[in-house]
Design a protein around this ligand. Structure first.
Ligand SMILES: O=c1ccn([C@H]2C[C@H](O)[C@@H](COP(=O)(O)O)O2)c(=O)[nH]1
Ligand SMILES: [Zn+2]
Length: 154
């Protein structure tokens, strides 16, 4: 989970930084991801807005951003995601739940569940899909409140 949080730090989303880390049953890190625009799509040329004044959805981030869970699975090195565990800083949306299921991930460990707003149905659908598909889901029980990182003096 610490790696997922460190990965989230790389997200340019001003409103929500999400990180994910795919880990083998033996604890080997297989893939890391955070929410961001696709390769080659500039962070400065696409909108990070959550809402647009004009109401045009193309002026928001949603049509363009790749979710952290998808990036972690796609960034997986040679190993398959099947049977592995996905640590994610926020409970996955329904679209990520579909990718998680189809890639064969066996367990999702999440840190927080998004505060229910107008997208509540999305997370209800996630729970329904993951449960029906037999993917284990649990909330992470942190052992510490922060990740102390001390960079060694050169
Ligand atoms: O499953 C998910 C759901 C959302 N995200 C990312 C995608 C966006 O960059 C933000 C959206 O959060 P808002 O609170 O609506 O700003 O979160 C993700 O990576 N995975
Ligand atoms: Zn998602």
């Amino acid at each position: 989970m610490a790696i997922a949080f460190l990965s989230a730090e790389r997200s340019k989303d001003p409103n929500r930084q999400v990180g994910a880390c795919l880990v083998s049953q033996e604890g080997i890190i297989l893939g890391i991801g955070y929410n961001g625009f696709p390769r080659g799509c500039s962070d400065d040329k696409l909108p990070w807005a959550k809402k647009s004044a004009s109401g045009d959805p193309l002026e928001t981030k949603f049509p363009y951003v790749v979710h952290a869970e998808v990036n972690a699975i796609l960034n997986t090195n040679h190993a398959s995601a099947a049977g592995q565990k996905l640590y994610v800083t926020m409970f996955p949306c329904n679209e990520c739940a579909k990718i998680i299921i189809q890639s064969g991930v066996s367990e999702v460990i999440y840190f927080v569940e998004k505060k229910i707003d107008n997208s509540a149905h999305v997370y209800v659908a996630s729970h329904k899909l993951l449960s029906m598909a037999g993917v284990k889901v649990r909330k992470h029980q942190p052992q510490m409140a922060q990740i102390p990182i001390k960079f060694q003096e050169p």
